[in-house]
Write a protein that binds this ligand. Structure first.
Ligand code: R5P
Length: 337
């Protein structure tokens, strides 16, 4: 803990405040870790299914006049997670809360944030409307696929970032190595550039094409990776195709060591097996969604965003600056148990 940090935590403690944190079924472990960090009990609630398949939600303690936070990434059984969250927001909003904040560490449907061809929905905008109609007053999320999604809301959206934690990790781990930061597609260049500048590393860019949804082909490459340690940086890993194609191209072009990192480890289909069999040495991810048991060993390492989210709750509650949390040089308590 930095000097002054203990005093800050004491002064702005949430113990004894009117803050209440609840969790849906998508990622109770993260909600519990956030509560543990803040010294608060997790609120009692129930989310189950009626026999006819409808979702049933009940908040099992009073929330009148409380500052309520509901933790629910849109992952796993994605549509169930989404409906559960909406019903929880509705339940607390109707129970005379002071305000309700949805903590959505992985926003879900965020790759559908624009039309890529005719007659497609803009799902990220539709669900922004629905969250607001349900009665949410604020959203806390982590590394939106596109920052423009913030603008889909007319309420505050705190888009926290995992990248300073990654920076702290790699700065120590790869000290003294000749590093190149790699964007695995053109959409990720600005993210990779910021990371490369912080690492004082060079930048390489891979261009990819998707012939079909969930199928990636790396088609071109610019940069110099020969003899270097490459860090591929992305916002999410879904099928793993993007990372695997990128690692192949880096290997062919003479990269010495290959690391990868991403905020959201969705790890769909055979992603874990494919990554384990790839040239990637280590993959560092956040716990914005639950990490499957098979990914809790081998090449995967996760750093928890629970302290980061917990600090944002503290700051939102006490009307303190949240952007202070985006300081790249701050050493977060990033548990990796
Ligand atoms: C794409 O724009 C995203 O930033 C990720 O690169 C992509 O979602 C990763 O998907 P996959 O692991 O299926 O290649």
């Amino acid at each position: 803990m930095e000097p002054g940090e203990a005093e800050f935590k004491e002064r702005f403690s949430l113990v004894g405040s009117n803050v209440k944190i609840f969790s849906g079924n998508a990622h109770p472990r993260l909600a519990y870790d956030i509560c543990r960090y803040l010294g608060l009990p997790l609120g009692r609630s129930l989310a189950s299914t009626f026999q006819n398949g409808e979702t049933r939600v009940k908040i099992e303690e009073t929330v009148r006049g409380k500052d309520v936070y509901i933790v629910q990434p849109i992952c796993g059984r994605v549509n169930d997670s989404l409906v559960e969250l909406l019903l929880m927001i509705d339940a607390v909003a109707r129970a005379s809360v002071k305000k309700v904040t949805a903590i959505i560490p992985y926003y879900g449907y965020e790759k559908q944030e624009k039309k890529t061809s005719g007659r497609e929905p803009i799902a990220a905008k539709l669900f922004a409307n629905i969250y607001t109609v349900a009665g949410v007053n604020r959203i806390i999320t982590v590394d939106l696929h596109s920052a423009a999604i913030q603008g889909f809301f007319d309420i505050p959206v705190d888009n926290l970032t995992f990248f300073p934690l990654l920076f702290n990790y790699f700065e120590k781990k790869l000290k003294g190595e000749d590093i190149v930061v790699v964007s695995p597609d053109s959409g990720g260049v600005s993210r990779a550039k910021v990371f490369a500048d912080q690492m004082r590393a060079s930048l390489a860019i891979i261009f990819k094409r998707r012939n079909r949804p969930d199928q990636v082909e790396a088609i071109d490459f610019i940069g110099d990776v020969k003899g270097k340690t490459a860090i591929i940086i992305d916002d999410m890993i879904s099928t793993g195709g993007t990372l695997i194609q990128a690692s192949r191209i880096l290997k062919q072009n003479g990269a010495e060591r290959i690391f990868a990192c991403a905020t959201h480890p969705l790890l769909a289909g055979s992603a874990i097996k494919d990554i384990e069999n790839s040239d990637i040495e280590e993959v560092v991810v956040a716990d914005t969604v639950p990490l499957p048991i098979e990914a809790q060993r081998g090449k995967f390492l996760y750093l928890s965003v629970a302290p980061l989210i917990a600090e944002s709750v503290r700051r939102v509650h006490y009307n303190l600056s949240v952007s202070m949390l985006f300081d790249w040089r701050k050493k977060y308590e990033a548990n990796s148990d």
